[in-house]
Design a protein. Structure first.
Ligand SMILES: Cc1cc2nc3c(=O)[nH]c(=O)nc-3n(C[C@H](O)[C@H](O)[C@H](O)COP(=O)(O)O)c2cc1C
Length: 187
């Protein structure tokens, strides 16, 4: 597919069919992430692919955290947004969850996070190209340490995750700001 068409067609998908996606397809998607540019070419990203029970355990950790935070005081402290529960339910529905970690390095927080953004967008665009639905997930950060422990990588920092699967919805393009409101041609 033409690059511009893929960019225009990509959507965040929050409803998935009960159908698996092959390891080959997921590897192709991660490979496109790996080809993204990165600050100083550090490539400070590490992927863990989850399915089934272990994936659902991640969603349960998020649900547990969101429920605990229904207690007003705790919620204020952690500032857990109301989207954590619905996002956890999307994770349960989608067959694949890819966790994206970065090696901890306080000198490179901004550079590495920008690089991971480029990497994840490459993955979501490749998924669209292959007609695989995706949801980029930040809501997992509230249980980042628990998830790192669960998969045996406490030494690294969980940056975000992406759910992949066959879309069971076809959302319209979500609103975008107009170019004229966000671009200034300096004279
Ligand atoms: C860094 C990042 C984190 C996101 N985290 C979540 C999330 O945790 N849960 C969720 O439902 N959507 C999440 N999204 C999806 C956004 O809500 C979505 O991209 C936005 O509403 C625009 O919709 P679109 O992707 O369909 O164009 C995230 C997107 C980005 C780029």
């Amino acid at each position: 597919m033409e690059t511009k068409k893929v960019i225009e067609k990509r959507r965040s998908i929050r409803s998935f069919k009960d159908e698996d996606v092959s390891n080959e397809v997921i590897e192709d998607i991660i490979n496109c992430g790996r080809l993204a540019p990165s600050a100083k070419n550090r490539q400070n990203w590490y992927f863990i692919v989850l399915r089934n029970t272990i994936k659902d355990k991640v969603a349960d950790l998020m649900l547990e955290c969101a429920n605990n935070n229904d207690e007003a005081e705790e919620r204020k402290k952690l500032k857990t947004p109301s989207s954590v529960k619905p996002t956890a339910n999307v994770i349960k529905q989608a067959p694949i969850l890819v966790l994206i970690f970065r090696e901890k390095d306080d000198n490179w927080i901004v550079g590495d996070n920008l690089s991971i953004g480029a990497c994840v967008e490459n993955m979501c665009l490749r998924a669209t190209d292959l007609e695989i639905g995706s949801l980029w997930i930040r809501d997992i950060v509230y249980v980042a340490e628990d998830v790192a422990k669960l998969v045996g990588h406490e030494n690294m920092e969980l940056n975000c995750a992406v759910s992949f699967g066959i879309a069971n919805q076809n959302p319209k393009q979500r609103p975008r700001k107009e170019l004229k409101d966000i671009v200034e041609w300096y004279k």
